[in-house]
Design a protein around this ligand. Sequence first.
Ligand code: XBP
Ligand code: MG
Length: 242
Amino acid sequence: MRLAALIFDVDGTLAETEELHRQAFNSAFAQEKIHDRAPDLKNGWVWDEPLYGALLRTTGGKERIAAYIRDHLGVDPGPYASHIESIHRAKTKIYASLVDDGALSLRPGIRELVAEAHRTGVVTAIATTTSRANVDALVRSCFGRDAGEVFSVICAGDEVARKKPAPDVYERALELLSLPASACMAFEDSWNGLTSARAAGLACIASPSRYTQADDLSGASLVVRDFSALSVRDIAAWLEAR
Ligand code: XBP
Ligand code: MG
């Protein structure tokens, strides 16, 4: 099958974003003073690196906060949906403004892969669980262009019912691309993302990021240290020989 599109995950794949997400979550917790509004939830939430590593098993910021309330505070998160929404809104604002300030750069090889794809008529797309505002901020900051100019299709955040590792976001991206999975290559950094891509029928090149070093990525077609040794031409040849 001829290679028609590259579909990229965002967090951990386009850039090492998770430390900035963690910082934004902690700033939002401090700013929102959760305890004043919900005495059940003890105040002073701080997510350190080991805790955040464990919480990353749950994809999606709102879902991650709910998992923290349930698993670490022992409280049913159900009644706190609107609190979770407002903390997450604050977190997204903080994160986007840190990105706007230039806090992130692309992982090695990403800029070159996207440029080669564009030169050779291969479409580029995004399939991510992160919020659309975060994608817009990252692409503007790192590519200096609007996200829609760099990526023809962007599937983000709450656009699908189930987040990764469910296949929904990749299935939706394929639908918007009007392409079969066999004509595309996915790029991921985590077990959750790889599982999502594979469940949608996609081949996937994986490269572990800071928080996913211990993830099982054995379902990937190729596991690389970073994306710098890859070329679209080689990926196309591999797909055609498959
Ligand atoms: C990334 C995520 C995201 C971010 C936070 O997973 O799980 O939730 O950590 O983003 P993946 P939001 O790379 O597999 O897509 O707070 O905007 O949800
Ligand atoms: Mg990721």
